[in-house]
Design a binder for this molecule. Structure first.
Ligand code: GAR
Length: 204
């Protein structure tokens, strides 16, 4: 069988995309990035794709006003690039149900908190405001909800007394860069089994 083909969706900086690129280059992740897709024309993620000669597409939401049209365009791109697994990496739009249904259990997301705490935007600031002692990051399968799908891996990051949202976010990000390639590799090895809300990780 060929390598697992990824579509990476990113709206901004793309440091998680970079971590995936680097893990593949280092031989730690047995996959290839078939296409990088962004909903923002000026996303740094697209620049990174260009630099590494990875096919990349800007899909402008303003051109798809009809209900579900943007999702259908996404799915069409995934099919065009023969994508096996969709990886949301700082993708700031909620995927619609059509896309989720078309690629059920084949879409991953990373979120900068220990879900189900602090879903949605500004998770690191939410964690600080709440006063938790530990936060972290979560890789999960995507379902129709916002950051609600079955959890694959989590990493814990302690909150320091003098943390600001930026310093906490930076320490969580380091864990994200380690955790995301690891979760994708588990998928590539066919070791993830979704049983209801739980994900079983099979022994090698
Ligand atoms: C990451 O911290 C990621 O977990 C978060 O956005 C950042 C993207 O950084 N995603 C979310 O908050 C999704 N709800 P990056 O563009 O450098 O990978």
């Amino acid at each position: 069988m060929g390598k697992l083909r990824l579509a990476v969706l990113a709206s901004g900086r793309g440091s998680n995309l970079q971590a995936i690129i680097d893990a593949i280059a280092a031989g730690e992740l047995d996959a290839e990035i078939a296409v990088v897709i962004s909903d923002k024309g000026d996303a740094q993620a697209l620049e990174r794709a260009r630099k590494h000669q990875i096919p990349h597409r800007f899909l402008d939401p303003r051109e798809y006003s009809a209900a579900g049209a943007y999702d259908r365009a996404l799915v069409a791109l995934w099919q065009e690039y023969q994508v096996d697994l969709v990886v949301l990496a700082g993708y700031m739009r909620l995927l619609g149900s059509e896309a989720v249904r078309a690629y059920r259990n084949r879409i991953l997301n990373i979120h900068p908190s220990l879900l189900p705490a602090f879903p949605g935007l500004n998770a690191q600031a939410q964690a600080l405001a709440y006063g938790v002692r530990y936060s972290g990051c979560t890789v999960h399968f995507v379902d129709e909800g916002m950051d609600t799908g079955p959890i694959i891996l989590q990493a814990v990051v302690p909150v320091k007394d003098d943390d600001a949202a930026e310093t906490l976010a930076a320490r969580i990000l380091e864990e994200e860069h380690r955790l995301y390639p690891q979760a994708i590799q588990l998928f590539a090895e066919g070791r993830l089994e979704v049983v209801g809300r739980r994900v079983r990780i099979r022994e090698k």
